[in-house]
Ligand binder design. Structure first.
Ligand SMILES: [Cu+2]
Length: 94
């Protein structure tokens, strides 16, 4: 009967560390000024350099960026600034 409390404790600790570290969020941005197929690469690189960004997909056809980031380290404003700094102002879609 010693294993049950330990197991419960481990679950509790895992749950706590999750809520403290991982607040993963995905947003869609409308990106302005993308005029050729290499523009999305510039935006993608800029977005991925923002601390906390896990993934960035930038689509030339739809002019949109799909960005997944850790909410405790980055925010939409930081993403917008990174994109604008390389010449592509971005706004939150929808
Ligand atoms: Cu271009």
């Amino acid at each position: 009967m010693m294993k049950t409390p330990l197991f419960v404790l481990m679950l509790t600790l895992t749950g706590l560390s999750f809520s403290a570290h991982a607040a993963i969020r995905t947003v869609e941005l409308d990106v302005a000024n993308m005029s050729c197929v290499t523009c999305p690469l510039t935006v993608k690189t800029a977005l991925k350099r923002v601390p906390g960004v896990r993934e960035a997909k930038v689509d030339f056809e739809t002019k949109q960026a799909l960005v997944t980031f850790d909410d405790t380290k980055a925010d939409v404003q930081a993403l917008q600034k990174a994109s604008a700094d390389v010449g592509f102002p971005a706004t939150l879609s929808k």
